[in-house]
Design a protein around this ligand. Structure first.
Ligand code: FMN
Ligand code: SF4
Length: 464
């Protein structure tokens, strides 16, 4: 694939439908209409496409489960997840900016295959260039009958990290706060009228289709959907040839942190993490070395010894981590992992919605004790308490956020115990790192959302 690196991200933005059609666009939806859903599902399965939203779930299996089950389950809905909230990740925005037609064609294929009543593209309301590109593409494609039969709407959502969590995303589309509901979208979808187990996060459908049932809903990341037209037009075998056995197709990666520059770009899975960091970020600064790498804030840390790990779901798992959304936050040998732990824990504590006690209480306690550990105050508590809270922070949770705290913080303590000793803390003044909630990457510079450092655990912002 290295000879053809721009399968998803074009070298120049595609700004008109004519340009998209000239590049072969529009054929995937035509083929879907001609050959039918079973053919599409077989193609996706044979291609081995896995979701790019962070979990790597097999896309064909998800589509089959939403399509299956018969009409008694209610309507079907499809949502393209363009919330892009994972720290260190900036891949969906370049894709939506430069190739909105590809995303919308993928969404249209999905809606056609599952027989959707309605389709949505959900992005943060602050993503103005992406919204402009998507709106223009939607209008042009609708006028040319190059969208699915179901109406497609653009939804602008809040800044919260949880907005991208699929169960919270559905709440936002229904007009509520981004508070994850209990059940997964494929069992309790948009405007569902079936009861949820236990207490319901929402008050039920206030308006919208009054169809009875659970309304299985398909939620896919926008990059996952952008891969679909490639597979249908070029074939599953061609696609499978790109990448590794369990990670096929092109992958958009982001690299930020202690590097010569910040960057993003398409890579072939199987490329080593070292190469990706070198190619997209120019490697660490002169005289420095990579101490650790986080893939978002959802997976255990990798160390400088893991740099030859191939970038793939299977290799990252074998290395004791996870690929996540392929957004890599790099720390060089000047960094204390205590600072990294404080940064991640505070972010997750602030962003936790508080519906599950173990999550909000646990992330809060861990953050407080890490902060105390970083202070030279004699009353700094025992690290044992952090261990206890890490064990229980996932108890009875509705979503994965507590798991993220457990994975990242435990791995930092396990792999860098020396950074958490009082002696080390006393010598090096602990720094406060800005969480890489990326606003933009331009000319090798990453711009982070500075307001995030003022955000409080109740989602208000402290005054400047
Ligand atoms: C706290 C949290 C935040 C998430 N944020 C995003 C996000 O911003 N974008 C995204 O595509 N998926 C996000 N996800 C994953 C989604 O819940 C969901 O798994 C994904 O959109 C499914 O798409 P895929 O199968 O195409 O990967 C998040 C998950 C969690 C637990
Ligand atoms: S696990 Fe945390 S973030 Fe997720 S729903 Fe529960 S309290 Fe909210």
């Amino acid at each position: 694939m290295s000879s053809e690196p721009n399968l998803l991200l074009p070298p120049r933005p595609i700004t008109s439908l004519d340009d998209y059609l000239a590049l072969g666009g529009g054929r995937a939806l035509a083929l879907t209409r001609e050959r039918g859903p079973a053919w599409v599902l077989d193609q996706l399965e044979n291609a081995g496409l896995r979701g790019r939203g962070g979990g790597g779930f097999p896309t064909a299996r998800k589509w089959r489960s939403v399509r299956g089950g018969g009409p008694e389950l209610g309507d079907r809905y499809v949502v393209a997840n363009g919330a892009e909230g994972e720290p260190g990740t900036f891949k969906d925005r370049p894709l939506m900016r430069t190739n909105p037609y590809l995303v919308l064609e993928g969404l249209s294929v999905a809606a056609t295959v599952v027989g959707a009543r309605e389709a949505f593209v959900a992005v943060k309301a602050s993503f103005t260039p992406e919204i402009a590109a998507l709106e223009r593409a939607l209008q042009e494609m609708a006028a040319a009958d190059l969208l699915c039969d179901a109406p497609v709407s653009l939804v602008g959502g809040p800044e919260e990290y949880l907005f991208g969590e699929e169960k919270a995303l559905l709440e936002v589309i229904e007009g509520n706060e981004p508070m994850p509901r209990w059940l997964a979208p494929y069992v309790h979808g948009l405007y569902a009228t079936t009861p949820q187990e236990g207490w319901s996060a929402g008050t039920g459908p206030i308006e919208g289709p009054a169809t009875a049932g659970s309304n299985p809903t398909l939620v896919n990341n926008v990059e996952s959907l952008a891969n679909v037209p490639l597979i249908l037009t070029r074939g599953a075998e061609w696609y499978r040839d790109i990448g590794t056995a369990d990670t096929s197709g092109p992958l958009i990666c982001t690299v930020v942190g202690d590097l010569t520059r910040a960057g993003y770009g398409e890579i072939e899975p199987g490329t080593t993490l070292r190469d990706v960091i070198g190619r997209l970020g120019g490697g660490p600064a002169e005289g420095r070395s990579v101490k650790a790498v986080l893939s978002g804030v959802s997976n255990p840390i990798l160390t400088g010894d893991d740099l030859d790990t191939p970038v793939s779901y299977e290799a990252f798992q074998a290395a004791g981590s996870g690929l996540g959304s392929a957004g890599f936050i790099v720390f060089d040998d000047t960094r204390s992992m205590l600072s990294v732990a404080r940064m991640v824990s505070r972010f997750l504590y602030v962003e936790s919605c508080g519906q599950c006690r173990a999550c909000k209480f646990g992330t809060g306690e861990i953050t407080r004790h890490l902060d105390a550990l970083a202070s030279t105050d004699e009353s700094a508590p025992d690290i044992e308490i952090i261990g206890q809270r890490l064990r229980s922070v996932t108890d009875q949770n509705r979503c994965f956020l507590g798991e993220e705290e457990q994975r990242v913080i435990s791995s930092l303590l396990r792999r860098f115990p020396e950074d958490f000793t009082p002696e080390v803390v006393a010598v090096g003044a602990p720094e406060t790192l800005l969480i890489p909630k990326i606003v933009d990457i331009r000319d090798g510079v990453a711009y982070y959302d500075e307001a995030q450092s003022r955000k409080q655990p109740d989602w208000t912002y402290a005054p400047l």
